[in-house]
Ligand binder design. Structure first.
Ligand code: ADP
Ligand code: MG
Length: 327
């Protein structure tokens, strides 16, 4: 059996099918059940893989029924993020007449990647076409959304999904797919996914693709040790001056951590705590990590440049302390 896309396949088809997020669900249902339906422009914030994209899609399906695809447009960071994208693609969409509805929805995922100018342009479009186009933004780092834009949005905070609800969902999906599992493996996945149903479904797919079964031992190694080991290797590489290798690893970790710098720096600091190095070297790494953590929160910085600077700063710290990578 091959199941690489369980997470896509089991995207909830209606708000009721979303697990967890009780407050969000309650308000979405109120919005759907109004006699004259209207939506505020919205911002969905929260960690990756907990249902932001799912809720936006489910809302559209519940609101529009069979017409949902004509009235719901979804974009993410792989589409352009700058002013031109807003002035051309998004502007054109706002002039389209909704199908069998008074408004359409434009969903901009990973909105924290939008440039400040793009956010300003969007704000103007939003005001001009507010009756016929509702915007939903989703992001992991809400501090990257300008206050001027954020003030016009109803914010919904998505939370990690409780373990017992993830467990039920996994049991349901394994049942549907005929996936067999070792005792304790679903518990292991649930604990390892930190409240993200997406992460859990990805873990299931990895084990099933390899063994046609959920193998406890494999899952244990796959989910828990992955980040620790690769973070440790990255730290050792960078401290000994191999910035290039470390940069590649940093970017891999960044995408594994759901593209959240606060996750990334958290993982790095955990590892610094455990790694066997001189205390003054530890302190220097912690201090530098803190500085770059704060810089990354600034929406005007170029992240790729900051990552390079961060890794070079670590390399310098390593060189000054005479750090030598053990074999
Ligand atoms: N709250 C949830 N309820 C049910 N399934 C979920 C939930 N959160 C995530 N999933 C599963 O993970 C996949 C990815 O979730 P998604 O909504 O894209 O997360 P986010 O947008 O928060 O990163 C979904 O297609 C679904 O299979
Ligand atoms: Mg998403």
């Amino acid at each position: 059996m091959v199941c690489t896309n369980l997470d896509e396949k089991y995207q909830p088809t209606c708000i009721d099918e979303v697990v967890g997020q009780p407050i969000v669900k309650e308000i979405m249902k109120e919005l759907i059940n109004q006699t004259t339906i209207s939506l505020p422009h919205m911002l969905f914030t929260g960690p990756p893989g907990v249902g932001k994209t799912s809720v936006a899609n489910a809302l559209a399906k519940d609101l529009y029924g069979k017409n949902w695809e004509f009235n719901f447009y979804e974009f993410n960071a792989s589409d352009s993020r700058g002013i031109e994208f807003i002035r051309s693609d998004i502007k054109r969409l706002t002039t389209i007449v909704p199908v069998g509805a008074t408004f359409q929805i434009i969903f901009l995922d990973e909105a924290d990647e939008l440039t400040v100018q793009a956010q300003d342009a969007l704000r103007q479009l939003m005001q001009k076409f507010t009756e016929t186009t509702k915007f939903i933004f989703a992001c992991n780092n809400p501090e990257k959304i300008t206050p001027a834009l954020k003030n016009r949005l109803a914010t919904f905070e998505f939370k990690p999904v409780p373990d017992n609800l993830i467990m039920e969902r996994l049991q349901y999906i394994c049942g549907k797919e005929g996936i067999t599992y070792d005792d304790g493996s679903l518990e292991m996945i649930t604990q390892g996914c930190h409240g993200s149903p997406r992460q859990a479904l990805i873990s299931i797919a990895r084990s099933v693709n390899r063994y046609n079964h959920l193998v406890l031992e494999y899952i244990q190694n796959d989910t828990i040790y992955l980040d620790e080991l690769s973070t440790r290797k990255m730290l050792r590489d960078v401290l000994s001056g191999d910035v290039k290798t470390a940069e590649k690893q940093f970017l891999d970790l960044y995408s594994n951590s759901g593209q959240r710098y606060d996750n990334m720096f958290g993982i790095i600091l955990d590892e610094v705590d455990r790694i066997d190095i001189d205390i003054s070297l530890k302190q220097a790494i912690i201090e530098t990590t803190g500085i770059y953590d704060a810089r990354m929160a600034d929406p005007n910085v170029t992240k790729s440049v900051q990552i390079k600077c961060y890794l070079n700063a670590l390399a310098m710290i390593g060189a000054n302390s005479g750090y030598v990578k053990e074999a």
